[in-house]
Design a binder for this molecule. Sequence first.
Ligand SMILES: Cc1ncc(COP(=O)(O)O)c(C=O)c1O
Length: 507
Amino acid sequence: MWKPQNPFAGISQEELCSEQFARKEDEKDALSKLRNEFIIPTKADLKNKRYGLAPRVKDEGPNGTQASQDSEQSVYLCGNSLGLQPRRTREYIQKYLDTWASKGVYGHFKNLQDGLPPWLHIDDAIKEQAAKVVGALPSEVVVMETLTANLHLLMSSFYRPTKDRYKIIIEGKAFPSDHYAALSQLAHHNVPPSALITITPPPPDSPYLSTENILSIISQHAATTALVLLPGIQFYSGQYFDINLITHHCHLHGITIGWDLAHAVGNVPLKLHDWNVDFAAWCNYKYMNGGPGVIGGLFVHENHGKVEVAIPDEGPEGLADRKGSKESEEQLVYRPRLSGWWGSGKESRFRMDNVFAPIPGASGWQLSNPSALDMTSVMASLDVFSLTTMEKLREKSLRLTAYLEARLLQSPEEKLPYRIITPSNPSERGAQLSVLLDPGLLDSVMEILEEEGVVVDERRPDVIRVAPAPLYNSYLDVNKFVKVFQEACRVAIERVKAKGEQNGEAA
Ligand SMILES: Cc1ncc(COP(=O)(O)O)c(C=O)c1O
């Protein structure tokens, strides 16, 4: 497997760990100006008990030191959970509010000067940009619903169990929502839960799933498997799976494969069309920065999104369960789905004639008219992505995460009180590194990080996830994080020792 070179090999420990080194890296970074597209919370913002931004400190005054420290920007490394707010989101949402206030229902239809697209067409307006982020044709993507709901909608089309092929394969440590979704799809089709095959690594407590292991489990169950559902990037370990190779392997065995791209979208460049992925779904609130719980997105390969007029000779058996419900002389043939009016052709939507004629492509999977508020927020996020390309972001991300890794592996102590569980091969990971702490340290470490205005997230009992997002994180952020984190570990170890002594144990 291809493994990029360590970009920091040969640099002395002293130089690598200096603030000056981080500063120079930021100066060289062609994407550094994109940070200004985001609101970076200050330490005071994070501590403020009221909602909203804390007042910015201009004059230091007598208590200036603490106040100016609090007005420092925080170190936000949590884009794997919730991305930061783009500055333009507020402006776009204000436009949405003004349009609604001043135009009411006309906001659906009217093209307004300096306005956002009419709400009726907002889904089409953002297709092209969304498609670029995931490497798809615009017709293959649609921004709609939320991730788990979309996985269900897609499985309702793509999981069609038969007597011979009925199993669903997922990974053993799948995000719980995916596990529940797959299990409930089996139940929905009266297939026993034992048909859920979970891929676990040898040994089972290892966070790493080798490609060989994944392929061999798929091969083992190939004859009886209807669907494989995997994450592009694993939420816990940060492992980036070989989507192209695994998809190809499934297709060789006649198996349909879908991908949960929650942690991959906006993080790594994807080529869903070229990789022949059958379907995929994602959320827009992590690396996409669309806002908490905002509307998600889905992909259906053009091979599966076709809507064709049936050839009469094909006869009812040939069409089997592919039949549409159009009751006109023209019989439409398309992949079955759970349908709603928004998936039906725009020209027919307001005819109210109960003839479902799906829009060709992913849009034909829509159910309801989408929240224009959500779409506006996603539009702001996509406009930030349009200022660069996924390839350029990845180039920065590889270097920034390699810097984080190199810094974490340089220890001020003799022995590191943690280890990185994300693969060390950069082509097997995105921005995130997951760090497994020695037992008993997590609570103290998280408390100190929060106090110092450093935001990462935890996965109990002992893991923290650290994700430098290339759109807004800097080398100085990483430098600051590592310093605060290693000091936090030192204090946490002291506390554990002190507690042990208090309990009469040998320290
Ligand atoms: C990998 C993965 N899958 C599914 C979900 C569930 O997403 P939603 O609540 O948007 O359905 C998440 C949420 O964080 C996730 O990380």
